[in-house]
Design a protein around this ligand. Structure first.
Ligand SMILES: Nc1ncnc2c1ncn2[C@@H]1O[C@H](COP(=O)(O)OP(=O)(O)OP(=O)(O)O)[C@@H](O)[C@H]1O
Ligand SMILES: [Mg+2]
Length: 399
């Protein structure tokens, strides 16, 4: 008797390919779909959907296309590692616009005629690019130029970009700012909560024929912990737990069956094993304690500086945040590289607070030398806040 027969299921409930039939309408997935519907209904131009791998981006696309395929002409680009010319050609092919010419101006003119004809017939034209983080800057620029095709009254084309978080970061870079400014609808797919994960597992089992498999609540909770609520990792863990239960002739999937899967799932496929989680929490706690200590020492140093006007502007002590601005001299950090990341605290591991460009100049309000010798400046960025930039990507002068 095989696995599916044993559990009396008609098919595998936790397959890894995106499948509309198994779509679990979590609030977040529904919200993202609603924002896409709105973007197309209102002819908003550019939309951006961001999500970590496995959060359901392609699944949502399938649902969206099913909804719109009768009312719109849709070009779906799934393999965007194309040159800008190839991308344009792929879009035209997908929309069934065939032409003899390879002259770009003529291609664009024919495309515009096509868009106007569809607009008169009240049909939307939508270009969707999945895995859009793989588009080259040139292809992203080509899409921006296409989005210029509009009448006096409305946009003729809706473009939906779907990709992983690095796409969002790229769009913030200098060269792509123009495109970034045109994006009117933005949505992010996050992971499922513990309650949703439990629901999701039951939902997919019912869809696969219900059968006799029963996931214990503790097992579901552990699946949520291990997968971090990412649907692809939930599927992977749940299906392996069922396999372990099957091997042990159990219709009930218990916590110990899930625990057994940890041995079989490579670390890279786990969102968070216990060890990983514990390490992460420990690292976060240590970082927090360091920040508090450093701030306290820095604050004391600052008090000391304020009390004695003769004290040096900044201490030589390592690992101490020092105040750098004096009453008369304002020190400025000027960015020396094309684009630079400004971080939430003085570490390359810290979150990116903003991206700044070559020549931008900011007031230095503190500095920090890490035990490895790397120096960081805390700078004041107007309208953004006070964040950290590495010393090796700025030049320092006084004002
Ligand atoms: N809302 C959902 N309902 C049911 N299954 C889902 C849902 N979201 C994701 N999944 C399942 O999770 C798996 C991964 O989904 P999908 O391929 O859509 O993710 P993705 O975000 O496109 O990932 P990638 O970035 O790797 O392309 C698939 O098996 C899919 O069926
Ligand atoms: Mg995908």
């Amino acid at each position: 008797m095989d696995y599916l027969e044993f559990f009396n299921l008609k098919e595998d409930p936790f397959g890894l390919t995106p499948d509309s039939y198994y779509f679990y309408p979590s609030k977040m997935h529904n919200d993202v779909l609603a924002s896409l519907d709105y973007a197309v209904e209102q002819k908003e131009g550019f939309s951006l959907i961001i999500g970590e791998p496995g959060t359901g981006k392609t699944t949502i696309l399938k649902i969206f296309i099913d909804r719109w395929k009768e009312k719109a002409e849709i070009a779906l680009i799934m393999t965007p590692r194309l040159s800008s010319e190839e991308l344009l050609q792929a879009i035209l092919d997908d929309l069934n616009i065939h032409m003899e010419t390879t002259n770009k101006n003529e291609m664009i003119k024919t495309f515009r005629d096509f868009l106007i004809a569809r607009s008169l017939a009240d049909k939307r034209v939508i270009i969707i690019v999945d895995e859009a983080q793989n588009l080259s800057d040139g292809s992203l620029e080509e899409l921006r130029l296409l989005s210029n095709l509009e009448t006096d009254k409305e946009k003729l084309l809706q473009i939906i970009l779907i990709g992983q978080p690095e796409l969002q970061r790229r769009l913030h870079s200098e060269g792509l700012r123009q495109l970034d400014q045109r994006i009117s609808i933005r949505a992010t797919l996050k992971s499922l909560t513990a309650v949703e994960t439990s629901d999701y597992i039951s939902f997919r089992l019912i869809k696969a024929g219900k059968g006799s498999a029963i996931f214990d609540e503790k097992a579901k909770k552990l699946i949520h912990t291990l997968s971090g609520g990412i649907p692809r990792l939930i599927n992977l863990t749940a299906s392996r737990a069922m396999m372990v239960a099957y091997i042990g002739s159990s219709h009930q999937i218990l916590k110990r069956h899930v625990l057994d899967t940890v041995k079989h799932i490579p670390e890279t496929q786990r969102k968070s094993s216990f060890r990983y989680r514990t390490l992460r929490y420990a690292a976060a706690a240590i970082a927090l304690i360091c920040i508090v200590l450093v701030s306290f020492v820095g604050y004391k140093a600052l008090q000391h500086t304020n009390k004695s006007p003769q004290a040096p502007a900044h201490s030589n002590t390592q690992n101490v945040i020092t105040q750098t601005a004096s009453a008369n001299v304002q020190r400025m950090a000027t960015v020396t590289v094309r684009t630079a990341r400004v971080r939430e605290w003085p570490s390359l591991q810290a979150g990116i607070a903003s991206i700044v460009s070559k020549g931008d100049s900011f007031e230095i309000i503190a500095e920090w030398t890490a035990s490895g010798g790397n120096k960081w400046y805390k700078v004041r960025i107007p309208d953004v806040g006070e964040y950290w930039i590495a010393s090796y990507i700025v030049s320092v002068g006084s004002h």
